[in-house]
Design a protein. Structure first.
Length: 218
């Protein structure tokens, strides 16, 4: 969310599925609490309560003999926000947020295979890479501070490592977010009559998981 930065889903465990596997999922997230602008905007006592529903499509494929996949996600947000900006403000927002696309591929340990072979496959070490793209397709109004879209594109190349030992699996991920410029940030309103831009430096990201498989396929 523009100026409120709704939390997008984190990286899932480095995946390996049979070739030509398809899946459509619907997820939902609820957020409620204070919003901290770190002094970047003249807003105090900001709070928000909002819901994010995400419709996603997943497709696995073979790329040079390795398992790869593509994911497309279309989120929709509904929420109410409060804060003090000269006068107290109460806002309601409902609309599409920025869509998310990701391409991932295994570099080691994840050969593409049909279902019959996949059922007998056991994980050892997986190395993979991905590219996530957040497209500026959501609802945006430059005269308003609170929007579902950031009005810019974001790109995150990622590298992943996963190793299994018995029923325990360890995953680690490292990546960097890069952002384009929002050329029309909070402009042409009673607070700022002109047009201004917003930039952001790259942000590094790391993540780790330790999981236990209760039984195969659970």
């Amino acid at each position: 969310m523009h100026a409120l930065a709704w939390h997008r889903p984190r990286a899932a465990r480095l995946s390996h599925y049979p070739a030509a596997f398809e899946c459509v999922t619907l997820s939902w997230a609820f957020f409620n609490g204070d919003i901290d602008y770190n002094g970047g905007l003249p807003i105090s006592e900001a709070t928000g309560t909002y819901n994010i529903g995400i419709l996603s499509y997943y497709h696995s494929l073979s790329l040079f003999g390795r398992s790869a996949n593509v994911v497309a996600a279309l989120p929709h947000g509904v929420g109410r926000f409060n804060g003090l900006l000269v006068n107290e403000r109460h806002l309601y927002r409902s609309g599409l947020t920025d869509s998310v696309f990701r391409f991932s591929g295994n570099l080691k340990g994840g050969p593409a295979m049909p279902v019959q072979q996949f059922l007998k496959w056991k994980q050892k070490v997986l190395l993979g890479a991905s590219l996530k793209i957040v497209a500026s397709t959501g609802q945006y109004n430059s005269t308003e501070l609170v929007n579902w879209s950031a009005n810019r594109w974001a790109f995150k190349p990622d590298f992943g490592y996963s190793q299994a030992h018995g029923k325990w699996v360890f995953d680690a991920y490292m990546g960097v977010w890069f952002f384009t410029t929002n050329q029309d940030f909070w402009s042409r309103n009673v607070y700022y009559a002109g047009t201004r831009s917003q930039t952001q430096k790259p942000i590094g990201a790391s993540e780790g998981h330790l999981s236990y498989d209760v039984k195969r396929g659970f």
